[in-house]
Ligand binder design. Structure first.
Ligand SMILES: N[C@@H](CCC(=O)N[C@@H](CS)C(=O)NCC(=O)O)C(=O)O
Length: 203
């Protein structure tokens, strides 16, 4: 069977996997999911009802972008995105987790805006968390070319650029003016066709 990725064009978590598939040169059928009206085929595969879901050639089903990313890296080790050494790998997973947390906060803030929900305390909590994380990423990228050093990008960079791409799409592009190290790193990564070709677009 063909590999299949159930995804959404604007989803930062789906984008992580689209970038890894392209970088690893893996053929994969892309099936875009209507997240407002999810098809039964998708619900059956995904207990959490969220994209991305990946189905490999042998029928292995994986949901959650980080589980899919780790699986792809271990199963298809060409172009590694996680370090092999346990402590460096942990470091990578920690940055990836922060990037995904940033993504979750941005999604939740966008939902507040979309549904015009007046909850100023929750909004403030989300905004504070987003700004704190942007500052943490900025400080890290002031020290090195990528999140884990100067040598190469990793799954952590992929996750972070996807969350920031989503931030630009939904909420605010001004971070590009404020956080200069983040901006330079972000723009440099967009030279890669895997990154350029997956930029989320307004519906
Ligand atoms: N932790 C999950 C989060 C996935 C997620 O939040 N996906 C969103 C799109 S970016 C989704 O499918 N939302 C639809 C819903 O919650 O109904 C992952 O890393 O894959």
């Amino acid at each position: 069977m063909n590999r299949i990725l159930y995804y959404h064009q604007q989803s930062n978590f789906s984008r992580k996997i689209r970038i890894l598939l392209a970088e690893k040169n893996l053929e994969c059928e892309l099936r875009e999911i209507n997240l407002v009206n999810k098809p039964p085929e998708f619900i059956q595969l995904s207990p959490i009802g969220k994209v991305p879901v990946f189905v490999d050639e042998d029928g292995t089903v994986i949901w959650d972008s980080t589980l899919i990313a780790e699986y792809l890296d271990e199963t298809y080790p060409q172009m590694r995105f996680y370090p092999c050494e346990p402590r460096r790998r942990l470091e990578c997973r920690k940055w990836e987790e922060l990037a995904d947390h940033l993504g979750d906060n941005i999604i939740n803030l966008w939902i507040l805006n979309l549904k015009k929900i007046e909850d100023s305390r929750y909004r403030q909590r989300l905004e504070t968390s987003i700004n704190r994380l942007l500052e943490i990423f900025e400080q890290q990228l002031a020290k090195s070319k990528y999140l884990l050093g100067d040598e190469t990008w990793t799954a952590a960079d992929v996750a972070a650029l996807c969350s920031l791409g989503y931030y630009s799409l939904r909420l605010d592009e001004d971070w590009l003016l404020k956080y200069i190290h983040l901006r330079d790193w972000f723009n440099k990564l967009h030279e890669r066709s895997s990154v350029k070709s997956t930029v989320p677009e307004k519906a």
